[in-house]
Design a binder for this molecule. Structure first.
Ligand SMILES: [Mg+2]
Length: 97
């Protein structure tokens, strides 16, 4: 589907930049890409916690956004790098897009 900045259904450029920066940070910190599925699960748990803290304890919305960006970054790594612990899925999945 074509992407247009003017299309308000499309992700905002600032959102995509934040996710791209997070992917880069994650690749520098964990370059091997081991345990990406577990990392995605961990980040999902963290966004859930941030949402609960936001809703019940007045926690900062910035934490929700930061954790959601990390979820998206892990998903992108899985799209592009695969999940090496699952045989046959360690290829560069992103090349198939
Ligand atoms: Mg996190």
């Amino acid at each position: 589907m074509p992407y247009k900045e003017s299309d308000n259904r499309a992700p905002r450029d600032a959102t995509m930049r934040a996710i791209a920066e997070e992917v880069e940070i994650a690749r520098l910190k964990f370059p091997t890409g081991k345990h990406l599925l577990a990392a995605l699960g961990e980040e999902f748990g963290e966004v859930c916690r941030a949402l609960l803290e936001f809703h019940y304890e007045g926690g900062p919305r910035e934490n929700v956004i930061a954790e959601a960006v990390q979820v998206a970054a892990m998903a992108i790594r899985i799209i592009e790098e695969g999940v090496m612990e699952y045989p046959g899925n360690e290829a560069q999945c992103g090349n198939e897009l």
